[in-house]
Design a protein around this ligand. Structure first.
Ligand SMILES: Nc1ncnc2c1ncn2[C@@H]1O[C@H](COP(=O)(O)OP(=O)(O)O)[C@@H](O)[C@H]1O
Ligand code: SF4
Ligand SMILES: [Mg+2]
Length: 380
C-alpha cells in the first residue's frame, strides 16, 4: 500500500507496480548480486505503456454554440501497461472511451482529436518507440507489423470486391519484400493458423461468400500474418452469435499461446473478457475506475461500478425467475459529466464529498487499484 504521502502524489497504477517490483528486487540475496553484475540485468519494461493519456474533442456535435464551447475530455489521464505476451481486458459501457483509446495507440484518431500523454512501445530490439510523436510514415510501418488491430465488424475492414487471400497477401507485401506467390503462400498459411478449413480453396473466396465467423477469422489472419507483438481486439465477438463467439475466443487464446501475442482485448461485456484476460481494466466515462488481476476483479471487485457490472452477469446460481440486476441510469454524455466522481449519479454508495472532486485511485491490495475511497477507505 502506498504511504499517505505517496497517495497525495499524482498516482499512476503501473508506476507503483514497477516500484513494488523494485522493492522485491531489493530482497534478492547478496550472493545473487555478486553472481549477476547489475549492468547485465535487463531492465524489464512493459511492451506497451500508456501514460496520462487524455483525448479531447471540440464540442461541435450537438452543441448549440460550437465555437464558444471548450473541448471536452472523452478519456482523462488514463494510464496502464501491457507486458509482452499478456492479455489486458478493457471493459466499460458503450461511450466509456475504449475504442478511442485503441485508436490513439494506433495513431488513427480523427484529426480534430486533441491527444496528450505518452504512449510507448518497447519491442525489445532497442530504444522504446514513442508512438504519440512518431512521424506518420513510421507509424504506418508500425501498424500491421508490430501492432495490429481487429474490429467488431470484419466487413468494414475487408474489401468486398477482392479475394480474401489477396487481401491477406497485400498485408504481407505492405511490410515485406517478397514475391507475390510467396505472399499468397503466407496468406494461405495465415488462414491455416486461424483454423480456416481448406485454406487454399477459401483464400479464393470473396468476403460475402464467407460466414460472419469465417470473416472474423480472415481478419484475424490478416492481423497476425506479419507476427505482431501486440494485437488490439476491439469488441471482436460482439457481432457474432454465442457459439461462434466462443470459437473466436478459443482461437484468440490458442494464437496467444502459439505466437506469444500480447493483447488489448476490448469489450463492453465483462463475461467475455473473463475468457481471455490476465488482468482487467475497467473504464467509466473516460476514467480508469479499477485495474487488477482477473481473479481479484472477479472475486473481490472494489469499485461500485465493477460490482454492478458483475451482478449483471448471470451465473449458474442466478435465479432465472428473477430479472437480472442492472445498474440504474446511463453513462452521462461526456460534456455533462459531474465535477466529482463520474459514477456519482448512479452510485448506491455515494456520499456528499463524491460530487465535489474526482477521487484518486487507491491500491486496495497489491497490484489492484480502484477509484473509490468510500468503499475502500485508504489506510492511514
Ligand atoms: N469523432 C468524435 N468526435 C467527437 N466525439 C467523439 C468522437 N469519437 C468519440 N467521441 C466521444 O468519445 C466517447 C467515447 O467513444 P468510444 O471510445 O467510441 O466509446 P466506447 O468504445 O467505449 O463505446 C463517445 O461517447 C463520444 O462522446
Ligand atoms: S467515489 Fe463515491 S460516487 Fe464514486 S464510486 Fe465511490 S462511493 Fe460511488
Ligand atoms: Mg467501442
Amino acid at each position: 500500500m502506498p504511504s499517505p504521502e505517496e497517495r497525495s502524489q499524482p498516482f499512476h497504477p503501473e508506476h507503483s507496480r514497477e516500484h513494488s517490483r523494485k522493492d522485491r528486487a531489493g530482497l534478492v540475496p547478496e550472493l545473487v548480486r555478486e553472481v549477476v553484475p547489475a549492468d547485465t540485468i535487463p531492465l524489464v519494461r512493459p511492451l506497451l505503456d500508456v501514460r496520462d493519456l487524455t483525448i479531447q474533442f471540440p464540442q461541435s456535435r450537438g452543441s448549440e454554440q460550437p465555437k464558444a464551447a471548450a473541448p471536452v475530455a472523452a478519456v482523462s489521464s488514463l494510464s496502464f501497461s501491457i507486458a509482452a505476451g499478456e492479455v489486458l481486458g478493457l471493459v466499460g459501457e458503450s461511450g466509456s472511451g475504449k475504442s478511442i483509446t485503441s485508436l490513439a495507440i494506433m495513431g488513427l484518431l480523427p484529426p480534430a482529436a486533441i491527444v496528450t500523454g505518452k504512449i510507448t512501445f518497447q519491442n525489445g530490439e532497442g530504444l522504446p518507440t514513442h508512438l504519440t510523436t512518431l512521424p506518420p510514415d513510421q507509424l504506418r510501418q508500425f501498424r500491421g507489423s508490430r501492432i495490429a488491430m481487429i474490429f467488431q465488424e470484419p466487413m468494414t475492414a475487408l474489401n468486398p470486391v477482392m479475394r480474401v487471400g489477396d487481401q491477406i497477401a497485400e498485408a504481407v507485401l505492405a511490410h515485406h519484400r517478397v514475391s507475390k506467390s510467396e505472399a499468397w503462400r503466407q496468406a494461405v498459411e495465415g488462414m491455416r493458423n486461424v483454423a480456416i478449413p481448406d485454406p487454399e480453396q477459401r483464400a479464393r473466396s470473396y468476403p460475402h461468400q464467407l460466414s460472419g465467423g469465417m470473416r472474423q477469422r480472415v481478419m484475424i489472419a490478416m492481423a497476425i500474418v506479419n507476427r505482431p507483438q501486440l494485437l488490439i481486439a476491439d469488441e471482436p465477438t460482439t457481432a457474432l452469435d454465442v457459439t461462434i463467439q466462443q470459437q473466436i475466443l478459443d482461437l484468440l487464446n490458442d494464437l496467444r499461446h502459439k505466437f506469444g501475442l500480447a493483447m488489448l482485448f476490448i469489450s463492453h461485456d465483462l463475461a467475455v473478457v473473463s475468457h481471455v484476460a490476465d488482468r482487467v481494466a475497467v473504464m467509466y466515462a473516460g476514467n480508469l475506475v479499477e485495474l487488477g488481476a482477473k481473479a481479484d476483479i472477479f472475486h473481490a471487485p472494489a469499485h461500485p461500478y465493477t460490482q454492478g457490472l458483475l451482478r449483471a452477469i448471470p451465473t449458474l446460481e442466478t435465479d432465472r425467475a428473477l430479472p437480472l440486476s442492472t445498474i440504474e441510469g446511463t453513462v452521462p454524455p461526456i460534456a455533462q459529466l459531474p465535477p466529482g466522481c463520474p459514477f456519482e449519479p448512479r452510485c448506491p454508495h455515494r456520499i456528499a464529498a463524491c460530487a465535489v472532486q474526482l477521487p484518486p485511485l487507491i491500491e486496495v491490495r497489491p497490484e489492484h487499484w480502484a477509484r473509490c475511497p468510500v468503499v475502500n477507505p485508504p489506510r492511514i
